[in-house]
Ligand binder design. Sequence first.
Ligand code: 3HC
Length: 335
Amino acid sequence: MYTQAMDLMPKGDGKPSVPLSATEQQLLDRFEARIDDGAFVEPKDWMPDHYRRTLVRQISQHAHSEIVGMLPEGNWITRAPTLKRKAILLAKVQDEGGHGLYLYAAAETLGVSRDELIDQLHAGKAKYSSIFNYPTLSWADVGVIGWLVDGAAIMNQVPLCRCSYAPYARAMIRICREESFHQRQGYDALLVMMRDGTPRQRDMVQDAVNRWWWPSLMMFGPPDEASNHSEQSMRWGIKRISNDDLRQKFVDATVQQAKVLGVSLPDPELRWNEARGHFDFGPIDWDEFWRVVGGDGPCNRERLADRAQAWDEGAWVREAALAHAAKSTTQRKAA
Ligand code: 3HC
């Protein structure tokens, strides 16, 4: 289990609130020198408690996002237009559940219990990605989520494969491989609708793009100057690229994909800036972002209620699995 580190950093900005003792400063200097050398931190290694708490916060929110992220698309499994699309969507939603389990397991290496994290989620005390608080109104939403939401997730998660905390980095390597399938299946579904679909189906795709574009840009987090964790997280190799830089990378890549798809992006200020070598884009509605993060999005209450109901209804599965495990252990010991 993780080394019980002294709380060298107070909650908040990461600056020590009291002067460190010589020993504490030496431990911190040695830790930061290892990070600077590109070393990975394992659960048994010494770490500042602020580092541990930052990882518990981020990894648990990430895990919650994967599990809650199953709900918007799960809503369309019974209404997929073909058996092939149903099978693909089932596989994708099942993957998201698996991603959540890998990430809860990574969080547990930091000394927190999965049940504790899940209780926080159900009590509305834990964050998960704002994007999952928007409704999926048509089948085209499923394709757009794959294309834009999983596309943004890949952009944000690939750098996490080099996160300084080794269990998180290892989980991300496996997750990113599966995410590329998620994005491809979404984009492929949209290509079919745009190329072979009726005018009404093409309108459905455009409507979904209009609704999901800006919330997808919000996935990368607040602007760098409003990000209270970025400086310390980048110092400690948890965050490798800033919120704004990843957002820009996503916009630059996605504009071209939209052109191939034959959809327009709902931003009249979107245009190539030769001097910058990037696409300029319009202002993001940060009031909407903080409203949704604060629990007042279109589907926040519904998502938490669904998660809590699924947890209660699944209690028998957990009890059966635990009883089976206990029986197997007894039989192994008796053998
Ligand atoms: N939704 C909800 N809260 C968000 C957010 C978002 N999109 N972006 C930022 N926040 C919160 C942060 O959690 C933080 O609040 P807290 O202090 O209460 O935790 C606050 O806003 C300030 O933001 P910061 O930028 O300072 O926070 P971070 O340094 O943690 O950066 C992040 C935010 C980039 C999302 C980072 O946490 C991260 O990379 N997380 C891991 C990846 C992740 O969670 N990806 C999104 C969802 S997973 C997904 O889409 C899976 C796909 O398969 C469906």
